[in-house]
Design a protein around this ligand. Structure first.
Ligand code: F6R
Length: 608
């Protein structure tokens, strides 16, 4: 998400800060800023928009000083604006902070700090941090940072400077990345190696709760008791380009691996201690929900596939009928939208032209509107009456991965929320679903640790012209997504069918050697799926199953089986989607295609 940099040395700090931030642009951002300390005075310059706005300003109005911190912000709390941009300064003193991560308990801290006389100028969660450090500050910045972090819940990587305790940067991380670059007579901090790679290849890779005191003498890594930690220097051997991708060969693979974190971040703060679903910006009463007589979920592409799972979740948990539609179809028919309709638009970018048009038309027709999007400040997020953000972080690869899985998680949460409001969800079902949602990141990690099995199957698919995906229930929605992923990046023609539809036509396409992928995560429907597979196998198909580890399956029916960790059926498509993303990825790699930028496709479709 956001990018952090920091510098102490003999050169003008802004040169590195701006250059380092430019190397972190790939992480996505909507504003940028720096803070530089000179002779105990801190100057902050920050601007909404491109980094160029900041660098142009700094060119016209140079900021002197050899110590500084910088930040590119990707909005999560509060829209992109100058005021919400980092660095943030304490209202009483001059403690100045850049932050990457999410502070979960910021509302409580903010309330308390206001009572202590601190003022807040932004809508961000971050602004509590400099004020909290200031609250504990007694002349030693490091000690104050240690005390402040004891009160923070959530994730953070921090760079902190203070005019009153000058000539140092204090840095710390917890669940957000931070590295220290060790140069000759200069030290750097950064969210990621690309920012420093042209200055130094000697790096400290920080672990959670390691504090760093950086002075002109170098960097000391300490624990929270102030004891030295003997840190090994990591020598970077990658190229700058590989470094941007975190050592992966493509953004898609990097983003596939980011899914456990993206899902944890998306779930953060959305389930209360008493197991109730809470959305910051979408609160209904039971009466309001009962006043809704129709729910539409409308989206394009991958987001539409997430919507299909949303329909199952809302109907299953809340017994409310839901229609799902493709935005470009919905807008040109005459949908029955009234002031009793809830229209849920799903869009990673928040800018897709057809989805936006549906939102606008629905508002005109008087409907309640809810947007699920990944980009704070996007047009759809601004225009919808309510928003739920997926916290996937910027998605760079054209083929959507982490945005999709976080959308499916949100869909389940909405179903759970409505079910809780209506009283249609039993306590057992509520607990089972909550436990399963929280377990997803771990299960994806298990799958990622075992991805070679998928590489083997990809070698088979890479030789094919046509592939078929079959599924039933939420596995049908998953089949559509798996098939789209494969088409997008491997250019292999692929189709997805509901298992029961085979006999109604598609089975005519099956001939000797046709590859058919059967999704078997829905236990209740497994035997039906196996019957479908037996039918295609009898006609010469070569079959690949996707099933739970340990699930008893007649292996003679399948030529290959991909195994995924066992999890509640309703959320299994999230874990299984990761397997299908990997399948598409390895197949495209086998064919030597440009995985991140497939032909003819754009990341954000802002025209019809
Ligand atoms: C496929 C993909 C697209 C998008 C679609 C909608 O991998 O990314 O199908 O899902 O273009 O985009 P958003 O979600 O930005 O509205």
């Amino acid at each position: 998400m956001c990018g952090i940099v920091g510098y102490i040395g003999n050169k003008r700090a802004t040169s590195f800060l701006v250059d380092g931030l430019s190397k972190l642009e790939y992480r996505g951002y909507d504003s940028a800023g720096i803070a530089v300390e000179k002779d105990g005075k801190i100057e902050v310059v920050k601007h909404k928009g491109r980094l160029l706005n900041l660098s142009n300003d700094l060119e016209k109005n140079p900021v002197e000083g050899t110590i500084g911190i910088g930040h590119t912000r990707w909005a999560t709390h509060g829209e992109p604006s100058d005021a919400n941009s980092h660095p943030h300064r304490s209202s009483k003193g001059d403690i100045t902070v850049v932050h990457n991560g999410i502070i979960e308990n910021y509302l409580g801290l903010r309330k308390w700090l206001k009572e202590e006389g601190y003022e807040f100028l932004s809508q961000t969660d971050t602004e509590v941090i400099p004020n909290l450090i200031d609250f504990y500050y007694e002349g030693d910045l490091l000690k104050a940072v240690v005390k402040a972090t004891e009160k923070l819940e959530g994730s953070y990587a921090l760079g902190v400077i203070c005019g009153d305790d000058p000539d140092k940067i204090v840095a710390v991380r917890k669940d957000s990345p931070l590295i220290i670059g060790l140069g000759k007579d200069e030290t750097f901090i950064a969210s990621d190696i690309p920012a420093v790679i042209s200055y130094t290849r000697d790096i400290y890779l920080l672990e959670d709760n390691e504090f760093v005191l950086i002075t002109r003498e170098g960097a000391k890594v300490l624990n929270s008791d102030g004891e030295n930690i003997d840190k090994e220097i990591y020598k970077v051997t990658w190229t700058a380009e590989a470094a941007e991708k975190g050592g992966f060969d493509s953004f898609m693979m990097k983003e596939i691996h980011e899914q456990p974190k993206a899902i944890r971040d998306t779930l953060t703060g959305k389930i209360s201690a008493d197991k109730k679903v809470v959305f910051e910006d979408f609160k209904l009463t039971k009466e309001q929900l009962e006043g809704i007589d129709k729910v539409y979920i409308v989206a394009c592409g991958t987001a539409y596939h997430a919507g299909l799972i949303g329909k199952v979740a809302i109907e299953k948990f809340a017994k409310i009928p839901v229609d799902v539609d493709i935005a470009s179809e919905f807008r040109y028919r005459e949908p029955l939208v009234t002031n009793k309709t809830l229209v849920i638009t799903v869009s990673q970018s928040g800018e897709t032209a057809d989805t936006l048009a549906v939102l606008r038309d629905s508002k005109k027709a008087g409907a309640k509107t809810l947007a699920i999007t990944n980009v704070v400040g996007s047009t759809i997020s601004r225009e919808a009456e309510h928003v739920i953000y997926t916290m996937a972080g910027p998605e760079i690869a054209v083929a959507s991965t982490k945005a999709y899985t976080t959308q499916v998680v949100v869909m389940n949460l909405i179903g759970m929320y409505f079910g809780q409001l209506k009283g249609t969800l039993t306590k057992e079902a509520e607990k089972e679903l909550e436990d399963a949602l929280l377990l997803i990141p771990e299960k994806i990690e298990e799958l990622l640790a075992n991805k070679e099995q998928i590489e083997e199957v990809a070698k088979i698919l890479a030789k094919e012209k046509d592939v078929f995906f079959l599924g039933r229930g939420v596995d049908f929605a998953l089949a559509l997504e798996g098939s789209l992923k494969l088409k997008e990046i491997t250019y292999i023609h692929s189709e997805a069918y509901a298992g029961g539809e085979l006999k109604h036509g598609p089975i005519a396409l099956i001939e000797k050697g046709t590859k058919v992928i059967a999704l078997l995560t829905q236990t209740r429907l497994k035997e039906k799926m196996i019957s479908n597979i037996v039918e295609v196998k009898a006609r010469g198909a070569e079959t690949i199953g996707l099933a739970y580890e340990g699930d008893e399956i007649d292996e003679s029916v399948f030529n290959n089986i991909i195994r995924i960790p066992r999890i509640l059926n309703m959320v299994a498509p999230v874990v299984a989607a990761v397997a299908l993303q990997l399948l598409a990825y390895y197949t495209a790699k086998e064919k030597n295609f440009d995985i991140d930028k497939p032909r003819n496709l754009a990341k954000s479709v802002t025209v019809e």
